[in-house]
Design a protein around this ligand. Structure first.
Ligand SMILES: C[S@@+](CC[C@H](N)C(=O)[O-])C[C@H]1O[C@@H](n2cnc3c(N)ncnc32)[C@H](O)[C@@H]1O
Length: 217
């Protein structure tokens, strides 16, 4: 009876290991298929973005940052038709995270939804049609990654509204900080003056992406 129970237990353990392993294998097959689909879409559409979208290279920067730090809770301000959204959602599909993205223009919002559907990433994105001036204040957070790419004159205010909702170790990024747009200088001065944030600029096509890492509360 005792020996039978021991065999029973061993069988159960083997069965459980098998179930876990096949689950892991299935997930990695699914992720591989998704990776291929997204890569194809991004490459095919590399020069087709017409709605103030980030260049391919900057999308890659956002994707790599999320992966590198294993970020899981991301916010994008300024979806447009979803180029940067796709890059970030793709990274979050690998970290097990999710992205909230905000767009005020209905046509662009709808096109972004279409693009996310086409590429198989809708499940990683909570897309909102809203004025980010109001919605950003209402969102609870915490976020570990923010990408600010809407109205530049509001960059400083977005940062102020989000800095306490950003986790320590998290990163607030903003696009076009090398451009002379109104509001960008004020934003850069403000983030650089924050003692608990460490700010630098990256970006491969000249527009510049600021990275402000939150080092302490
Ligand atoms: C530079 S585009 C974003 C490009 C997008 N990140 C991409 O790479 O595909 C800026 C977007 O912000 C949107 N926007 C501007 N002001 C906004 C606001 N107050 N609330 C939400 N979206 C806003 C614009 O309609 C525009 O589509």
């Amino acid at each position: 009876m005792k020996a039978f129970k021991l065999i029973d237990l061993r069988l159960l353990v083997v069965l459980m290991l098998f179930i876990i392993q096949s689950g892991v294998a299935q997930n990695s097959i699914k992720q591989k298929a998704l990776d291929e689909k997204v890569q194809d879409f991004l490459k095919k559409n590399k020069s087709n973005w017409r709605d103030l979208n980030v260049p391919y290279e900057d999308g890659q920067v956002l994707h790599d940052l999320i992966l590198k730090h294993n970020y899981k809770s991301a916010l994008e301000i300024g979806t447009s038709t979803g180029h940067s959204t796709i890059w970030m959602a793709w990274a979050l599909s690998k970290t097990g995270g999710k992205l909230i993205t905000i767009e005020i223009d209905e046509e662009r919002y709808k096109k972004a939804l279409e693009n996310l559907n086409a590429v198989g990433l809708s499940g990683y994105v909570d897309a909102r049609l809203a004025d980010a001036h109001d919605l950003v204040k209402q969102l609870e957070g915490p976020f570990d990654f923010v990408f600010s790419d809407a109205d530049k004159t509001w960059y400083t205010q977005y940062f102020k509204d989000l800095q306490s909702k950003l986790s320590v170790g998290g990163c607030f990024t903003a696009h076009n900080v090398n451009n002379n747009f109104s509001g960008v200088r004020e934003f850069m001065d403000y983030v650089r003056s924050q003692k608990n944030f460490e700010t630098s600029i990256v970006g491969s096509r000249g527009e510049g992406i600021s990275l402000s890492y939150k080092r302490s509360k």
